[in-house]
Design a protein around this ligand. Structure first.
Ligand code: SAH
Ligand code: SF4
Length: 366
């Protein structure tokens, strides 16, 4: 207990204060009282830097065509069981209007990774249409060239999410085909930063063979890369993927994965202080109250899915992804109440930029 108290005190003084060993220790805590102490320290820092406020982004799953073949992902290119879709520009525009009307303040456009002039242009057309809405615009469209990121940035996209997935290169090779490059991901993150995006990254936790030490190093990577936003979640196997099949029945039970994902949120908050951290959908896939638990462990962003329910089955990255219509009035009222019940308030109609981004705008650390 004394070690825990000392570490938490030191963490509160400044961001980046913990060693990888100390973070490994925090991630390995099991005793309920200790874990509660960790969560309340992280939540305290969240309140210090962000307040008791939760930002919303409407998540639009634009399409499930993907040229990549990540071994864990349900929409990988080799999965032939899947009907592929891509929303029309009109449809994305319609959803963006809904985000606006419903006070989300920001939207995230996510899809499989496609690198072609036609796709780049398609995204440009979407950006041209939605720019006048004055929404915060996050893209999550995988690895692209500097030029493509630049074209989208110039049309008003100002945040980008690209998870590094894991910083352990051996593990990266285990979960990706050999032609997927860790170095290219890193270069993309650097390019995004150079183009003045608010940069988001993150990892999956509870991957096969992953250790607490790996995860602590992941958090140190977020700190060293000086990123603005973090999106993390538990790995959840998909039966139609090589990784899902190879490790079927051999991973931690789901409740344990939820616990670890919550500890990752808490330790990330404790080490990085003022970044935006999403309480991801995958938490809710495990536990009905997973996302609220994420908020109480230090997260401050929710990304309700606004894609029409008829497309949801096509975007099953993992098994059991929630298919709720999160934009129905009933859901919204319920969400508002649930957030209230944990003593937090939804921020309506504001972009909810990362305070970290605001703080670092003038520095050229990279
Ligand atoms: N194609 C883009 C965005 C869509 S995938 C990209 O890869 O960046 C978005 C995220 O879904 C990935 O970064 C990955 O971390 C997560 N994901 C994919 N398969 C998953 C699984 N089986 N369990 C948990 N998360 C998964
Ligand atoms: Fe494609 Fe992203 Fe899934 Fe990889 S994780 S297969 S890039 S959608």
């Amino acid at each position: 207990m004394e070690r825990l108290t000392n570490i938490l005190e030191k963490a509160g003084v400044a961001a980046g204060n913990l060693t990888v060993d100390e973070m490994t220790y925090l991630l390995s805590l099991e005793d309920k009282e200790d874990v509660d102490m960790l969560f309340s320290a992280a939540y305290g820092l969240k309140v210090r830097y962000i307040g008791k406020r939760v930002s919303l982004r409407g998540l639009i799953e634009g399409g499930n065509y993907c040229s990549k073949n990540c071994l864990y992902c349900g929409i990988r290119s080799s999965n032939r069981k899947l009907a592929r879709y891509q929303l029309s520009v009109d449809e994305v525009e319609r959803l963006a209007h809904i985000c606006c009307d419903d006070g989300y303040g920001s939207m995230v456009l996510q899809s499989g990774e496609l690198e072609s002039e036609a796709h780049t242009r398609y995204i440009e057309e979407i950006l041209e249409r939605i720019r006048p809405l004055n929404l915060g615009i996050t893209l999550s469209l995988g690895e692209q060239s500097y030029e493509v990121y630049k074209r989208w940035r110039e049309l008003g996209a100002h945040r980008y999410l690209l998870r590094i997935e894991t910083t352990n290169r051996d593990l990266y090779s285990l979960i990706h085909p050999s032609n997927h490059s860790f170095e290219r991901r890193l270069d993309c993150l650097r390019d995004l930063r150079r183009l003045d995006y608010q940069v988001g990254t993150g990892v999956m936790c509870s991957l096969p063979n992953q250790t607490f030490d790996d995860l602590a190093k992941d958090i140190q990577f977020f700190y060293d890369m000086d990123v603005d936003m973090i999106g993390m979640g538990p790995y959840i196997e998909h039966p139609d993927t090589p990784l899902g099949q190879e490790f079927a029945g051999r991973l931690m039970p789901l409740e344990k994965r939820l616990d670890l994902a919550l500890k990752m949120i808490a330790v990330t908050r404790i080490q990085l202080h003022n970044v935006n951290i999403a309480s991801s959908t995958a938490l809710q896939a495990i536990d009905e109250f997973g996302r609220e638990k994420g908020l109480l462990a230090g997260a401050n962003v929710l990304m309700p899915n606004v894609t029409d329910v008829r497309f949801r089955t096509g975007y099953q990255l993992y098994l059991g992804k929630p298919g709720l219509d999160e934009n129905k009035d009933e859901f919204r009222n319920n969400l508002e109440k649930r957030i209230h019940d944990i003593g937090e308030e939804l921020i309506i109609g504001e972009r909810g930029d990362s305070p970290h981004y605001k703080g670092r705008r003038d520095s050229n650390a990279w």
